[in-house]
Design a protein around this ligand. Structure first.
Ligand SMILES: NC(=O)c1ccc[n+]([C@@H]2O[C@H](COP(=O)([O-])OP(=O)(O)OC[C@H]3O[C@@H](n4cnc5c(N)ncnc54)[C@H](O)[C@@H]3O)[C@@H](O)[C@H]2O)c1
Length: 313
């Protein structure tokens, strides 16, 4: 198939492209490199023939029109501003990229009848209340402009399914981690903690560390994303993917370092946008896609640490 991956030079996008390349598709990546790196796909371009990088922005109509002269079978839309604090500081940038940009890509998919896989996030949910985890029917809550933008993108995408019969699927992966994720404030908590440990610096926890997250290893996430594009059963659906287990940030830190002295608690930068408990219920993904995660948190931390050690600058 001909497949477009927006945000394909980013952390998750890079793994999605890898799996698509292993499946022998022709792939185009659209990325403005605002948070991704061309180096993330270098190894893939060296090893696979059919990966074309297009440098550009999803806000650029002309570029999108030209790009969509290619007949894409699937568009995996991952390009987005992803940082919660940035969205609080500068909501316009997040809304422009995550809502307007999504609308632009979706419109081209409508013209060419391209299946649209929209990468939303677990951050759209309000906190989990039970030990059973969050199903797709769980209440949402835009606790930050980032979550609000992602929810808006979901609704716009689903409206194209209902109004135009466009094949659209909305994905809500839980916190994803692994190699190629940034280790600075733009990245995720696991690589940030590992990097600080390797630099002999204390791990910094925002607030009291009782907030929990459900961590999904990146190859499990990319496997989920890719499969949703291949299946017609996902059209018009919202689908979760997580590990099905949550861990408090305090306990995560204790898994990464040996002693409590290596952990420091600092005031939260955005307590008002914190979601206290995030835990997925993956039963729908299992039913509709036969998808389930394979990498445990212990293995995933080890794999991530190995990669960070090899790539410390
Ligand atoms: N990382 C997670 O834990 C997680 C969890 C659930 C959902 N998501 C979603 O998955 C997607 C990918 O996240 P990620 O962690 O890989 O982030 P990332 O920042 O590494 O990837 C996003 C990519 O999009 C590109 N981009 C941003 N704005 C663009 C624009 N206007 N035009 C073209 N390209 C643009 C960036 O350069 C980057 O390469 C995002 O949509 C995010 O909301 C991430």
């Amino acid at each position: 198939m001909n497949i477009l991956v927006t945000g394909g030079c980013g952390f998750i996008g890079r793994w999605v492209v890898k799996q698509l390349a292993e499946d022998h598709h022709k792939i185009w990546i659209l990325d403005n490199l605002s948070n991704g790196r061309i180096e993330n796909i270098k190894e893939l371009q060296d090893n696979y023939q059919n990966i074309t990088f297009v440098g550009g922005d999803i806000k650029n109509h002309i570029l999108l029109q030209n790009l969509f002269t290619i007949d894409f079978d699937i568009c995996y839309h991952l390009a987005a501003s992803i940082n919660v604090q940035d969205s609080i500081n500068n909501p316009k940038m997040t809304f422009d990229n995550d809502i307007v940009g999504t609308f632009n890509v979706l419109n081209q998919c409508k013209i060419k009848r391209t299946k649209f896989v929209y990468m939303s996030t677990c951050m759209v949910y309000s906190m989990a209340l039970s030990v059973n985890g969050i199903k797709e029917s769980h209440p949402t809550c835009p606790s930050s402009p980032y979550a609000g933008a992602k929810l808006a993108g979901e609704q716009i995408a689903l409206s194209y399914y209902h109004a135009y019969g466009l094949p659209v699927t909305v994905l809500r992966p839980f916190n994803t981690y692994g190699p190629y994720q940034k280790k600075n404030s733009e990245g995720g908590v696991i690589p940030i903690f590992i990097k600080r440990k390797l630099e002999n610096k204390p791990l910094l926890i925002y607030g009291n560390g009782t907030q929990t997250r459900d961590f999904l290893y990146v190859t499990d996430c990319s496997d989920f994303v890719v499969k949703t594009g291949y299946s017609n059963k996902t059209n018009g659906k919202i689908i979760n993917a997580g590990s099905g287990t949550d861990i408090s940030i305090k306990n995560l830190a204790k898994r990464i370092v040996d002693t409590k002295d290596q952990i420091k608690y600092i005031p939260h930068i955005h307590p008002q946008s914190e979601i206290q408990k995030l835990l997925s219920d993956n039963s729908f993904a299992k039913k509709v896609l036969n998808w389930e995660p394979h990498i445990s948190l212990k293995e995933g931390i080890q794999l991530t640490q190995n990669w960070i050690k090899e790539n410390m600058v």
